[in-house]
Write a protein that binds this ligand. Structure first.
Ligand code: GLN
Length: 186
């Protein structure tokens, strides 16, 4: 999703994996696509514009049909979240049964990087947390794929995946590969 945020870095990661990325701004851009990455950035801006462009309802419909996989990173995870208790009116997709708190670790200066253990990985993933949200609650059917110091940082539910850190900022393509597996897992 190329509305706002660091979609260019995600494009590069996909290219590194041999996948040709397409920039999505409008509903018609989704045609023929099986997966959508919603990047980190500013979740209010992404949410407002996605609603205005008709992308929010188009993505919701494709998810209901089961014909699209969606992965949100950081602001993207906020966009996917069913609940943002402190900002209940923030425009968002809301399809993933999690509750999130924005900027939960403090301000920009409180950003940090740390190794995270991800289910199925044989070595830790070096994760960048930038004004990261916190996943406060996960609903039934939402699988926790990674935790960092008891905080849930990566989840999957059916064809949706959400994480609070930025895998597109490392050289490690394993989480992008994980999403490709979700896309292909029909
Ligand atoms: N703090 C941002 C927000 O709430 C998300 C930060 C990010 O995506 N790096 O929108």
């Amino acid at each position: 999703m190329a509305i706002q945020g660091d979609f260019r870095e995600h494009k590069q990661m996909l290219k590194n994996l041999g996948v040709e990325p397409v920039e999505v701004r409008l509903p018609r851009d989704l045609e023929g696509l099986a997966g959508l990455i919603v990047p980190g950035g500013e979740s209010t801006t992404i949410g407002m514009l996605a609603r205005e462009y008709g992308l929010e309802s188009a993505v919701r419909q494709r998810l209901e049909e089961g014909t699209l996989a969606v992965w949100g990173t950081c602001a993207g995870a906020i966009w996917l979240a069913r609940e943002i208790p402190e900002h209940p009116d923030q425009p968002r997709l809301g399809s993933l049964d999690i509750a999130v708190q924005r900027n939960a670790y403090g301000r920009q200066v409180d950003s940090f990087e740390e190794d995270v253990n991800v289910e199925g990985f044989d070595r830790p993933f070096h994760a960048f947390f930038i004004r990261a949200p916190r996943i406060l609650r996960v609903g039934e059917g939402v699988k926790v794929l990674a935790r960092h110091r008891d905080e849930i940082v990566l989840v999957r539910s059916g064809k949706m995946m959400a994480g609070t850190f930025h895998p597109e900022l490392s050289q490690d393509t394993r989480i992008h590969q994980l999403f490709l597996d979700v896309v292909l897992d029909s």
